[in-house]
Design a protein around this ligand. Structure first.
Ligand SMILES: Cc1cc2nc3c(=O)[nH]c(=O)nc-3n(C[C@H](O)[C@H](O)[C@H](O)COP(=O)(O)OP(=O)(O)OC[C@H]3O[C@@H](n4cnc5c(N)ncnc54)[C@H](O)[C@@H]3O)c2cc1C
Length: 392
């Protein structure tokens, strides 16, 4: 027997659950499947930037454990510049709780949620999913199965340009005095070339992590240990240490074909500079939902327009991130000084808080843009393709 849905979404992380929630609210009949059983954890700093929160289809406050308004930005030479914001920079959550909450919101909106499923096989041209031997036919198939998923490959979508990797763990408040981190996030660019370390405050612990390029994966554990030592944190008390990939797509990678598409990490949408991906999850989920509704209403024959709307929405944002990322790789100290200068920080802050919708909207701010433009030109002239375009 074949089951019938308007949309089948594979993967119930922030991308899949919010897409399902939005579709269901718009009247679609949605099946959301995940191989994990919720609540499940996902290696992540759990920082939902305000820009990301503004793109959520529901209130995130029930799972927020701290609100960050100060960023302690540390350069490779140990210089610390505290940069403040009147609006929250990020809401601190734990993915164990955030993802479960979002799945619950989707279920409450009428989504048919099935977690703990076994084998999932996708047939793109037939928009059919076979889940544990049962056939599910849909008008639209959406791949949201993250960095390690197989949907993009099965649907021949989401060409990846570069892959980062990060390792993180939780330090309970009982293991050290971590009260000084309340309301502030440490981002330290001295951990490894091309990467950074972070300390994020949570209710009963702090989250400590390091990330860099995939080829630096074997160094991450040592870097995390060193990073802890530098901040006087007992590495041997870190709990649940785990790593995960950060996929970054080529600029015009195909993210939609026929009536199939990929969203979130499955589409390789992680920000190359910050390594965060939840903003991109929520944005891609909304844009995919809009085009799915157009298909279901008979206003469009396929999801092609999702490709264009996603490119338009993220293009300038990801361009600016690649520029700064490449500059950080090549000239860490100069880029640190420029990025933390009051003028450039004001642009970065307003992007993170969502006050500026995208990098293009900063067009009126001539000085910071000139500084970033100069960095871009210098980094391009001296770029090291192995670092800037590292493939998975
Ligand atoms: C260490 C680390 C720290 C990070 N910190 C931040 C941060 O602080 N802020 C931020 O915004 N971003 C951060 N990111 C990035 C962020 O975690 C990802 O961008 C985000 O999780 C992507 O969400 P997603 O829904 O696309 O995929 P995921 O969250 O990975 O969810 C994918 C889901 O698909 C399921 N799945 C996989 N394969 C299958 C299958 N075959 N069948 C069925 N289900 C399947 C999985 O079980 C999973 O539940 C971090 C990443 C890492 C690695």
């Amino acid at each position: 027997m074949t089951h019938r849905y308007d949309a089948v979404i594979v993967g119930a992380g922030p991308a899949g659950s919010t897409c399902a929630l939005r579709l269901s609210r718009a009247g679609a009949n949605v099946l959301l499947v995940d191989r994990a059983r919720f609540p499940r954890d996902k290696p992540c700093g759990g920082a939902v930037t305000r820009r990301a929160a503004l793109n959520l289809p529901c209130d995130v406050s029930p799972v927020v454990e701290d609100v960050v308004t100060v960023a302690d930005l540390v350069g490779a030479d140990g210089t610390l510049r505290a940069r403040e914001s009147t609006a929250p920079i990020a809401y601190m959550t734990q993915r164990l709780r955030l993802d479960h909450y979002l799945v619950e919101q989707a279920a409450a909106a009428g989504v048919d949620v099935r977690d703990g499923v076994g084998r999932v096989t996708l047939d793109g041209p037939a928009t059919t999913a076979v889940i544990d031997g049962e056939r599910y036919h849909a008008d639209v198939l959406i791949g949201a199965d993250g960095a390690n998923g197989t949907a993009a490959q099965s649907l021949r979508l989401g060409e990846i340009r570069a892959t980062g990797i990060a390792l993180e763990g939780n330090l309970p408040r009982t293991a050290a005095d971590v009260s000084r981190y309340e309301g502030r996030a440490v981002v330290d660019f001295g951990v490894m070339r091309g990467g950074y370390g972070w300390i994020f405050p949570k209710a009963d612990h702090i989250n400590v992590g390091v990330g860099g390029w995939l080829s630096q994966g074997t160094q991450l554990r040592g870097c995390l240990e060193q990073f802890c030592r530098r901040y006087g944190l007992p590495f041997d008390r870190l709990e649940s240490i785990r790593g995960h990939r950060l996929p970054m797509k080529v600029p015009r990678a195909t993210v939609a074909r026929g009536r199939t598409c990929v969203i979130g990490d499955a589409a390789g949408l992680v920000d190359p500079l910050t390594g965060d991906g939840m903003y991109e999850c929520f944005v891609s989920a909304e844009l995919a939902m809009q085009q799915t509704i157009a298909v279901l209403n008979g206003d469009a024959s396929d999801l092609h327009a999702y490709q264009d709307s996603l490119d338009r929405r993220l293009r300038s944002h990801h361009w600016a991130s690649w520029v700064l990322k490449r500059a950080f790789d090549r000239f860490p100290q100069t880029t640190y000084r420029v990025a933390t200068s009051p003028q450039v920080w004001s642009v970065i802050r307003d992007l993170l808080t969502g006050e500026l919708p995208d990098f293009e909207s900063a067009a009126g701010r001539r000085l910071p843009l000139r500084l970033i433009g100069t960095l871009a030109a210098r980094a391009k002239a001296a770029s090291e393709p192995t670092l800037a375009l590292e493939r998975s």
